[in-house]
Ligand binder design. Structure first.
Ligand code: OOB
Length: 585
């Protein structure tokens, strides 16, 4: 498993300009361990770790992974919630030369199985909960691998599994482990503490493992910064997720430019509420950027109340949230956001009207982040004027990023007019771990990534995301971007959240259906089809963009990281509504 190679002239340029260095990701994340060993690195739901302890536990974990039979170059899927353990496991795998394949906790079993097969993963780290569901999933996974992918597992190396029992499970809420672990599987907490692997450790002592400071054995570093560090999953909402191979040198650059643009430093307290197994909270700047600059990471769950409580309790200075979660913060009664300096919003479009409300309500800097697991990151800058922060999704993070906008025929179009964004640069991949056909569709022959995002260059030099190539509604041949309708709807005072999706239609092919979450205090009568059409018409939306139906819902369904789930909504529209809320205009 390896990343697509980069042409020699680009590689030279990236090295010469200092974008690519020899540093390994885990070393960058732990560089403060010797400088400030007593400062807090991680504050988790169940415990706090100083930098010194984090470095020590990383070594112990690496030795335990090696002792359990994992070898440099192996891949291990990691589907764990935001805990101290997920960070220690991640750094421990990196230190052992094992490639973590990061899977957000809400990703289901089918996708997990697909990802394990696609990466030839030799094991999984899962949370042990939901009445043993994960344990069952593991047993099934191992059985499938035995029958379908015999080449993936040698006789001598059983499929590796380790399970985390979370604090709430330990407290006995009924969802904890219901029985013994399956044969050959480990308890992750014990494993990270270096327990339970003695027998194999003895056997492996002869296999060239190095003695670590802790007295345990970690593999000598035979890998380099051009090698794979982690695999991420694509945010694409159609089909199984694609696997994104990121190297040490590309991800180190990703993390460092992000930390600089978010203003992180030793004083920073970063809130990781989005899954740490997703690019945004992992490295943009996320957990790794915070550690790399000597700050403190606070780990939390992604609900408005938990976020508000964590911000107040730990005096959080920077938080990264998806727009839906960011917007719901202002509604948390009695919350204290006075410590918050920067709120990063990204992952899905933050509409201008919502951005302005956030800026007014929270009294901190808002930073829009338009990023993708494939690489390119765009940030509004902390010194951009409020008007630019509210109206744009930022500009490329690295001086090495190259971009262009193209029309439907693939030819360049002026960026001011808008087109599909294509990119290449020092931290943008040049291929998925996927079949050649998939890569031929997603990348140009000369290595540019077709993002699928439609952007327009704003007069500030930042991008405005106006839609996705696939998120257009085609009403009898006239095409309107879902984002265009949503941006205008978001400005309606009675609309808290919304999504426009195509509804199948006999003659026109598609018409527009909008899902609307009414604002607090506004009932369904404030968001009738008639009222919404009036509002959209007055806002200047062309007639073919006006919705033909509206569905009032309590909340929009979400993807694994909390973005509006368009695929789910589109499926819903294909079925008749269970409670006919559709007002007859
Ligand atoms: C982030 O990464 P992914 O890989 O889950 O999703 C990427 C896609 C983008 O191509 C774009 O379509 C959409 O999500 N997106 C945005 C956006 N941020 C992401 N669309 C509009 N406005 C934004 N601010 O979602 C991601 C990765 C790193 C940092 C932040 C987000």
């Amino acid at each position: 498993m390896r990343a697509e190679t980069v042409p020699a002239h680009l590689e030279r340029a990236y090295v010469d300009r200092g974008y690519w260095r020899a540093d390994l990701l885990d070393d960058v994340a732990l560089r403060y361990a010797s400088r400030t060993p007593d400062r807090p690195a991680l504050i988790g739901p169940s415990r706090t770790l100083t930098y010194g302890r984090l470095a020590a536990e990383t070594n112990t974990a690496a030795a335990a992974f090696a002792a359990a039979g994992l070898r440099p170059g192996d891949a291990v899927a990691v589907r764990l919630p935001n805990t101290v353990e997920v960070v220690v496991a991640l750094l421990g795998l990196l230190r052992a030369g094992v490639v973590p394949v990061l899977v957000p906790p809400a990703v289901g079993e089918d996708e997990l199985r697909h990802v394990v097969a696609a990466t030839k993963a030799r094991g999984v780290l899962l949370v042990d909960q939901l009445n043993g569901r994960s344990v069952r999933a593991f047993t099934e996974l191992r059985a499938t691998l035995r029958t379908e992918h015999t080449g993936q597992l040698g006789e001598d190396r059983p499929f590796f599994g380790a399970f985390l029992t979370t604090a709430t499970d330990r407290a006995g809420n009924g969802s904890g482990r219901t029985g013994a672990l399956p044969e050959g599987a480990y308890d992750l907490s014990e494993l990270l503490a270096g327990e339970g692997t003695q027998e194999r450790a003895g056997k492996d002592a002869e296999e060239g493992l190095e003695e670590a400071a802790s007295g345990r054995r970690v593999p000598p570093r035979t890998w380099r910064s051009a090698d794979l560090a982690v695999c991420l999953l694509s945010g694409g909402s159609t089909g199984p997720p694609k696997v994104i191979p990121r190297t040490h040198r590309d991800y180190v650059h990703n993390v460092e430019i992000s930390a600089r643009l978010a203003g992180l430093g030793p004083h920073s307290r970063y809130l990781a509420a989005l899954p740490v197994t997703h690019n945004f909270a992992l490295g943009c700047p996320g957990v790794l950027g915070t550690l790399a600059t000597g700050g403190t990471v606070v780990l939390s769950e992604a609900t408005p109340n938990k976020v508000a409580a964590a911000v107040a309790a730990h005096r959080v200075t920077v938080a990264a949230l998806v727009p839906g979660l960011a917007k719901s913060l202002a509604a948390v009664a009695g919350a204290d956001f006075s410590s918050l300096e920067v709120l990063q919003a990204g992952g899905a479009k933050l509409h201008e009207a919502d951005a302005r409300r956030l800026i007014d309500q929270l009294g901190c800097r808002v930073q829009q982040v338009f990023g993708m697991a494939e690489g390119l990151l765009n940030f509004t800058r902390l010194d951009d004027p409020d008007d630019v922060v509210a109206a744009t999704q930022g500009r490329p993070a690295s001086p090495g990023d190259e971009w262009r906008t193209v029309g439907p025929d693939g030819r360049p179009v002026p960026a001011e007019e808008g087109g599909e964004l294509q990119v290449r640069g020092p931290y943008t991949i040049r291929g998925y771990l996927a079949k050649p056909e998939v890569n031929a569709a997603a990348f140009t022959e000369d290595g540019w990534f077709r993002t699928g995002d439609i952007v327009r260059l704003h007069e500030s030099g930042n991008f405005v995301v106006t839609g996705r190539r696939k998120d257009f509604i085609n009403r009898g041949g006239e095409k309107v971007a879902a984002a265009e309708i949503e941006g205008r709807l978001a400005a309606h005072p009675a609309v808290s959240d919304c999504a426009a999706v195509p509804a199948p239609h006999d003659f026109l092919g598609e018409t527009v259906c909008v899902f609307v979450v009414p604002a607090a205090g506004a009932g369904p009568e404030a968001v009738t089809l008639h009222e919404l059409r009036r509002h959209l018409r007055e806002s200047g939306l062309p007639p073919y963009g006006l919705p033909e139906s509206v569905r009032v819902v309590e909340a929009l369904p979400q993807t694994a990281v909390g973005k509006p789930d368009r695929a789910a909504l589109t499926r819903l529209v294909a079925e008749p509504p269970s409670d006919p809320q559709d007002p007859a205009s």
